[in-house]
Unconditional design. Structure first.
Length: 40
C-alpha cells in the first residue's frame, strides 16, 4: 500500500512539471510573436 501511494505522488509531481514546461513554452511563443510584430 505504501509503495502505490509514493508512485501516485511521483506521477502527480511529474504532471505538475509537464504543466509548468507547457506554460513556459506558451509564454516563450507569445513573447516571440509579440516581439516579431513589434519589430515589423
Amino acid at each position: 500500500m505504501r509503495g502505490t501511494t509514493s508512485c501516485a505522488r511521483r506521477h502527480k509531481q511529474g504532471n505538475i512539471m509537464n504543466r509548468i514546461i507547457y506554460i513556459v513554452g506558451l509564454i516563450v511563443v507569445i513573447l516571440a510573436v509579440l516581439s516579431f510584430f513589434g519589430l515589423r
